[in-house]
Ligand binder design. Structure first.
Ligand code: SF4
Length: 200
């Protein structure tokens, strides 16, 4: 994988791109950039492992349904995260050409990346990168989603067999998929790449 070419491809699409050697450096960077803001965060093992809730909530108002405030419900946190200054998400796959693939069950993460914030950060380890869009979609469906189904203990075929069977049951976690070709209009978007394997 040629990270420099990928950076160029993302920049050509209109993204700001930052690259870090470690998750700690990326977390420091984000912590310094996001201050005094209303921040929404979508479900992300990457961002959770980086401790972004703890870091950012020390000097921002952060809404994340993985870290509820006292008395807050999951649905209230998801709704509150939908608008505000900043939104953070990881990705389920990204092509070297810069196409970003995400899958969602409740839709809050996809919606949060598409509208309602003046700045969006996609934060990802290099394990999310694939040569083509088709490969990035394949990663989202056959690696990220089954791992998430396992993490959540879903009654889905992928939870047991590790690949997608396009199930139709109540526990299906892949209910929509976005392919983002460029930053959404009016929404500055930055891709933060970490030269490590991070998240699912
Ligand atoms: S569609 Fe069903 S089987 Fe496929 S990854 Fe999603 S939850 Fe698993």
């Amino acid at each position: 994988m040629d990270l420099e070419t990928m950076q160029m491809n993302l920049a050509r699409r209109g993204y700001i791109v930052s690259v870090f050697d470690t998750a700690e450096e990326a977390a420091e960077y984000l912590d310094g950039r996001i201050d005094g803001k209303n921040v929404g965060i979508g479900g992300s093992v990457t961002l959770d492992k980086m401790g972004m809730y703890q870091r950012l909530s020390a000097h921002n108002n952060v809404e994340w349904h993985w870290h509820l405030k006292e008395g807050e419900t999951v649905q209230e946190a998801r709704t509150a995260a939908m608008t505000g200054d900043v939104y953070l998400s990881s990705v389920n796959g990204i092509s070297e050409a810069g196409e970003i693939v995400n899958i969602d069950g409740a839709g809050n993460r996809l919606a949060g990346t598409l509208f309602g914030h003046s700045k969006v950060y996609y934060v990802l380890g290099i394990n999310k990168i694939r040569p083509t869009l088709e490969d990035a979609i394949g990663r989202a469906r056959n690696i990220a989603a089954p791992l998430n189904a396992k993490r959540l203990g879903c009654e889905t075929p992928c939870e047991k067999r590790g690949v997608c069977y396009d199930c139709q049951g109540a526990d299906r976690i892949c209910r929509a998929m976005t392919i983002t070709y460029a930053p959404m209009m009016g929404q500055e978007t930055e891709v933060v790449i970490i030269r490590k394997f991070l998240g699912l």
